[in-house]
Design a protein around this ligand. Structure first.
Ligand code: ATP
Ligand code: MG
Length: 576
């Protein structure tokens, strides 16, 4: 068997899951964000796939397998050829026809159903696949967590109406809860933003992890959990004090909110901050400037701004100072809402209720005191732009929220008719009327889930696989290579385990016992049965990877205990 463990983690590995997957020899890196799976690693990938498959099938979803290569035309029909931006791997064939490597498959599945479904009698339907996806991520990192080639399960539901979609969504939600529990993850379902996918309702499934890239807030009082991107932030109560006359003041060198607040002796919540962006169009050229205003003590939630503008994320960048000043009349570091031109102004919903704030004067080294919405400025867009903070009140019940981090292992979306309408996927109802098919989309990052399991289940010696996703259940280790009694007993145990349907490894390598123990700990097989000195008496050592101590047992008891554990946990860990 090919096993190649590493003593040291390669320098690029920053977080435990990446370190342990590399060191245990489960994965190998080929290029940035591109990984291959070695024998043990690939067995675990297939375990997760199988759990996903069983739970999808249990909900009546049907597995198919579409190509990774997708013609550009379908993406142009839906409008996402541009929206996906540089994250999409694009290629041309020898005749210069455009294709991409699928980052997701809404367009492809919609096209299939458009061609195959014509009547209400064929609905509802849920199709899924487990397939390799390609995304040229801006920052591939953490190994399998944010890769550029990865395995995803993607499912698409097709219903006659909204009520049907609600039922399909509910079923997938339930399947996801079961999948991640069976993988042994501590996770939460959280309300999420639907991003470039479209639609109006979405949940992410977040495996809780300090190193996770996703941020969420959770309410311990009412159980509400929502991604930071999505979380509504209540406006501060409207103020009632009288508007004072506006007054331009000299504030030399005060380019930041901290500086100006300190200089004028104000708290930051008495000031306004400006953020300046340039938006580019489909041809890559500048299409407009956007200036967003928030109270000085707030942070901008970029997702909310992008949703308000209705442009793809990749099209928005910080504005170049000289050009934005020339075009809009702002002065960077001293930008205020009065007297701007040639730009879209977006104002946080809290600002109209605030009185007598201090804002930039659009003049170097000057600010204006007592700026008030309505009298001094107005805006095209007024919307919640605020980033939620740890301790902010829960939008549902008002109790203080707790910030948490996670790894997004799955996301589900109610798409509605966005794709069916843009791509022409209609069915005929009972009255022979054409109706747009109502869709949902449901993704699980299979290889990211593998990494999340390791992120949550490791110690200083390596991985602690839950039985349900372990590459093997039991490892039988011979202490002294070549010892006849030890070899005979180990082989008997190994055969008994295999006969009973357990997945077992026999470590009969010509290595020191210490090396074998280290390896077994590193790749984290849940049960180790060690056959050593007492083999002649039929006594072995039995050790669970998750427990420190080994116990001596008869070989029969060891086999029986191992089988009992496997039976209890092969479909997922016991309730925690
Ligand atoms: P993220 O916000 O992390 O970039 P996403 O929201 O773009 O992910 P989806 O389009 O919802 O991802 O894809 C479905 C699932 O695929 C995700 O929930 C995640 O588990 C997985 N996934 C997405 N991008 C990657 C990636 N670069 N590497 C590994 N898995 C990924
Ligand atoms: Mg997602």
């Amino acid at each position: 068997m090919h096993i190649n463990t590493l003593r040291e983690a390669p320098a690029e590995a920053e977080i435990p899951s990446h370190v342990w997957l590399l060191r245990s020899g489960m994965i190998r890196r080929l290029a940035s964000g591109v990984y291959g799976f070695m024998p043990l690693g690939y067995r675990s990938v297939r375990k997760i796939e199988e759990i996903v498959r069983q739970e999808m099938d249990a909900k009546g979803a049907q597995e198919i397998h579409m190509s990774a290569i997708q013609p550009a035309e379908l993406w142009k029909e839906s409008g996402r050829w541009f929206v996906m931006g540089p994250e999409m791997w694009r290629l041309k064939d020898r005749r210069e026809r455009e294709f991409c490597l699928g980052p997701t498959h809404e367009e492809i599945f919609t096209d299939i159903v458009k061609n195959e479904v014509s009547s209400y009698r064929q609905l509802p339907m849920n199709l899924y696949q487990i397939q390799t996806k390609y995304r040229d991520e801006a920052r591939p990192r953490f190994g399998l967590m944010r890769a550029r080639e990865f395995v995803m399960k993607d499912a698409y539901s097709f219903d006659r109406d909204r009520e049907g979609l609600d039922r399909s969504y509910e079923a997938m939600f339930d399947a996801y809860m079961r999948v991640f529990a069976r993988c042994g993850l501590r996770f939460r379902a959280v309300e999420a933003d639907s991003g470039t996918m479209g639609g109006n309702a979405s949940h992410e499934f977040q495996a809780l992890a300090e190193n996770g890239e996703s941020e969420m807030v959770c309410c311990e009082a009412c159980g509400m959990a929502v991604t930071t991107e999505r979380a509504r932030v209540a406006d501060a109560p409207a103020e009632t004090e009288a508007a004072l006359p506006a007054e331009t003041v000299y504030t030399p060198g005060t380019k930041t909110i901290e500086d100006v607040a300190a200089y004028l002796g104000l708290t930051r919540d008495r000031t306004m901050k400006a953020l300046l962006f340039a938006v580019s169009g489909e041809d890559g050229a500048l299409s407009e400037y956007v200036i967003a205003f928030l109270r000085g003590d707030r942070e901008l939630n970029m997702t909310k701004l992008i949703n308000c503008l209705g442009v793809p994320e990749h099209a928005v960048a910080f504005a170049d100072e000289a050009s934005v000043e020339a075009e809009t009349g702002c002065v960077c570091g001293f930008t205020g809402p009065m007297g701007l031109r040639g730009c879209r102004v977006v104002v946080d919903s809290e600002l109209p209720g605030q009185r007598n704030l201090c804002a930039g004067a659009n003049k170097a080294d000057h600010h204006i005191k007592n700026v008030n919405y309505g009298r001094d400025y107005t805006a095209e867009h007024i919307t919640d732009l605020k980033l939620i903070r740890d301790g902010d009140p829960c939008p549902a019940c008002g109790a203080p929220l707790k910030a948490a981090r996670g790894v997004e292992v799955g996301q589900i979306y109610k798409l509605g008719t966005k794709y069916s309408e843009s791509m022409g996927a209609y069915y005929k109802d009972e009255n022979m009327q054409d109706r747009a098919i109502v869709m949902g989309s449901y993704g699980i990052g299979v290889t990211r889930t593998l990494a999340a399991v390791v992120e949550q289940n490791h110690d200083d010696d390596g991985i602690l696989w839950p039985v349900s996703v372990a590459p093997y259940h039991v490892i039988v280790t011979i202490v002294k290579h070549g010892d006849a009694a030890q070899t005979a007993l180990a082989e008997r145990i190994y055969a008994a385990l295999l006969d009973a349907g357990a997945e077992a490894l026999l470590d009969d390598r010509d290595e020191r016992a210490g090396v074998k123990f280290k390896d077994a700990d590193l790749f984290g097989i849940p049960v180790r049965i060690t056959v050593g000195k007492k083999a002649a008496d039929g006594i072995v050592e039995y050790r669970l990877r998750r427990e420190k101590e080994a116990v001596e047992k008869s070989s029969d008891d060891a086999v029986a205990d191992a089988l009992r554990l496997i039976e209890a946990e092969r479909f997922g860990p016991a309730e925690r």
